[in-house]
Design a protein around this ligand. Structure first.
Ligand code: MG
Ligand code: MG
Length: 255
């Protein structure tokens, strides 16, 4: 079932989204060559704690996972696409890092992700991140009343395919509200004019994840969580929580 939010709920979700934005900014500030992923998780935890928010990631245990997720951020480096567990790995010069973070504040969830490089960036990584950002921008631009979920999917997929990047099959965005994952699913490629019709009060997490090598397949790492590109190429992932409103799309996960 798709839940349509009241305007008061949208305001509450804006506050949850603000916490997510602050956590991601703090993590990106703290990231650098030699910094351990686990230290970045601690940075995000502190932001959530200070805001009085809880993490929808910590302890999350979907049926596919062997263990509950042990952290408040996902940290996915280089060929890791999403769901990386922040461990003792220390960032190296030129790494491409994607950080995904959620927060629950006053019962409402926010969900967003950023991708960035540390140290000396590879030009191809900067281009991949920029294309992912443009894919998200296109998806958000299509998130207007009267469009359908397929219009968002088509917009994202068009940007990715034009750049010959892969999109992990079956992974994508989602409705969000009191729970982090609600209906509808928001695929990262699709057919225009198909799927759930967008209306005021629908809130979606829109999250293109692009794989540089152009293939759509990926593999699950031995930890049971981390998804890596099948061809070893690098991946980027950028996400915002977006409310569809009569005044146009409203990004809830901004500072
Ligand atoms: Mg996320
Ligand atoms: Mg999400």
């Amino acid at each position: 079932m798709v839940e349509i939010k009241t305007d008061a709920a949208l305001e509450a979700m804006r506050e949850a989204g603000r916490v997510v934005a602050h956590a991601l900014a703090a993590v990106q500030d703290a990231a650098g060559v030699g910094v351990a992923l686990r230290e970045l998780d601690a940075v995000a935890r502190e932001v959530l704690d200070k805001a009085g928010a809880t993490s929808p990631f910590l302890g999350y245990h979907p049926s596919f996972a062997p263990v509950p997720f042990p952290a408040v951020i996902c940290a996915s480096v280089n060929d890791a696409v999403v769901h990386g567990i922040p461990d003792g790995y220390r960032l190296r010069d030129g790494d491409l890092v994607s950080i995904d973070c959620g927060a629950v504040l006053d019962g409402w969830a926010g969900d967003a992700a950023v991708s960035f490089t540390v140290g000396t960036a590879r030009p191809a990584d900067l281009a991949l991140i920029e294309t992912t950002r443009r894919a998200l921008e296109a998806g958000i631009a299509a998130a207007v009343v009267g469009n359908r979920v397929g219009d968002i999917s088509h917009a994202i997929g068009g940007v990715a395919r034009a750049a010959r990047h892969g999109l992990p099959a079956n992974l994508g965005g989602h409705g969000i509200g009191r729970r982090m994952h609600e209906e509808p699913h928001v695929p990262n490629s699709g057919t225009p004019r198909r799927g759930f019709r967008l209306r005021h009060g629908l809130v979606l997490a829109i999250e293109p994840m692009l794989m540089a090598g152009g293939r759509d397949d990926y593999r699950t790492a031995p930890d049971g969580w981390t998804l890596r590109t099948a061809d070893g190429s690098r991946a980027a992932h950028i996400e915002h929580t977006v409310a569809i409103t009569d005044d146009g799309p409203r990004i809830l996960t901004l500072p």
